[in-house]
Design a protein around this ligand. Structure first.
Ligand code: FAS
Ligand code: PHB
Length: 389
């Protein structure tokens, strides 16, 4: 089999790239290790920057998102019972959009199936060959039979645990990592959101986040120990702990109910450099991970896809490889700013096991400065709505 672009990974990165390429008349085949239902079963991001919304519109996959998503003009930050709003609209003129990654991925799968573009599910043992020469190809197994896909380029969109990043020799690759000493226990509940905007809560007991998917589907997180498992937390215990971490006036009006999903995500900051090796380009979680505190993971994957798509569009339309040659440098420039913001938000809002009394005073002073200083709020708002591509 032959294609122009072999895309490894059928998550949001791979699917968005595939749809943009299809609209441009560039052939791409997606190789996904799991099934569509398995991919859609993962509950992840909820906040979209307008850059990602614009890419979905350009890909022709925004009709349901435009109909069902919510525009948020700000967010609440709280510390104990003190709470204040960061008004993105007033500070930056911009907003964010609330629309679950699951729904965005579903829309992309529906569009890909409607387009007739090829997706191979249950593609096992994917291996990338010849990325550092002019005739790359990918092998993979389906039902025990090895297949070969010849291509011009390979887009490694296979997430943190995929094969693409590991294909780049360690002698060439530089990995940068920070692992945080806690995780996020998240639940989904068919209950009305506690507030019309998100609440990022710092408390003596740890971090909490009140988010949502729609008027009757809420997403809540509490910071938890890395030794915890979801089974350790009954719904009742989760709700009790959440109420202790958000302002009392919010806790009083919190509507609780049975969880329909409960999972724990570890938190890490990670970047690999470079994001290109010959004909192989890394995108999204294959190249970088952020703690979800800044809602940047999916949104930084989107800017990678923007840069790579533009480079491929330019190359296939007039042979100019400038966009491809500058891909890694341009993507990393934006990624590191998102890493900084996500690291800063995580340090601002979480309780760290080894925090001293002085460290806690510094954290409280940082939150008080943010509460009382417009310019500090402007910096948070500019990063949260998304820095320019
Ligand atoms: P993904 O990991 O989503 O997709 C990679 C795909 O490649 C998967 O479908 C996988 O099955 C496939 N694959 C892997 N190895 C393969 C192989 N060898 N061969 C073929 N296919 C292979 N981001 C936010 O912005 N906000 C959030 O709130 C947020 N919450 C998160 C919660 C959790 C638990 C996790 C893990 C991440 C969260 N993220 C969040 C980040 C997340 O949304 C990612 O940024 C996003 O999924 C990135 O998309 P992809 O790059 O497509 O990677
Ligand atoms: C979510 O709704 O899942 C969500 C929102 C904002 C974040 C992280 C997760 O920062």
């Amino acid at each position: 089999m032959k294609t122009q672009v072999a895309i490894i990974g059928g998550g949001p990165s791979g699917l968005l790239l595939g749809q943009l390429l299809h609209k441009q008349g560039i052939d791409a085949v997606v190789l996904e290790r799991k099934t569509r239902d398995y991919v859609l079963g993962r509950i992840r991001a909820g906040i979209l920057e307008t850059g990602l919304v614009d890419l979905m519109r350009r890909a022709g996959v925004s009709e349901r998102m435009d109909r069902e998503s919510f525009v948020h003009d700000g967010t609440v930050i709280s510390s104990g019972d003190v709470q204040f709003e960061i008004n993105f609209k007033e500070l930056t003129g911009q907003h964010v959009v609330v629309y679950g990654q699951t729904e965005l991925t579903r829309d992309l799968y529906d569009a890909r199936e409607a387009s007739g573009a090829q997706t191979v599910f249950n593609a096992e043992n994917v291996q990338i060959h010849g990325a550092d020469n002019d005739t790359p190809y990918v092998t993979y197994d389906v039902e025990g039979n090895q297949q070969r896909l010849d291509c011009d380029y390979v887009a490694g969109c296979d997430g943190f645990h995929g094969v693409s990043r590991k294909t780049i020799p360690e002698t060439i690759r530089n990995d940068y990592e920070k692992v945080y000493p806690f995780g996020w226990l998240g639940i989904l509940s068919e209950t009305p959101p506690v507030h019309e905007e998100l609440i990022y809560a710092n408390s003596d007991r740890g971090f909490a986040l009140c988010s949502m998917r729609n008027d009757n589907l809420s997403r809540y997180y509490i910071q938890c120990s890395l030794t915890d498992s979801p089974e350790d937390w009954s719904d009742e215990a989760f709700w009790d702990e959440l109420k202790r971490r958000i302002p009392a006036e919010m806790a009083d009006k919190l509507v609780t109910g049975p969880s329909i999903e409960k999972s724990i995500a570890p938190l890490r900051s990670f970047v690999t450099e470079p994001m290109r090796w010959g004909r192989l380009f890394l995108c999204g979680d294959a190249a970088h991970i952020v703690p979800p505190t800044g809602a940047k993971g999916l949104n930084t994957a989107a800017s990678d896809i923007h840069y790579l798509f533009e480079g491929l569009r330019q190359f296939y339309s007039n042979g100019d490889a400038t966009g491809l040659d500058t891909y890694s440098e341009r993507a990393l420039a934006r990624i590191w700013k998102a890493e900084r913001f996500s690291w800063w938000m995580t340090n601002l809002l979480h309780r760290f096991p080894e925090q001293s009394g002085f460290d806690l005073k510094m954290q409280r002073a940082e939150i008080e400065f943010l509460r009382s200083n417009r310019e500090a709020q402007m910096v948070l708002a500019q990063n949260y709505v998304g820095l320019p591509y």
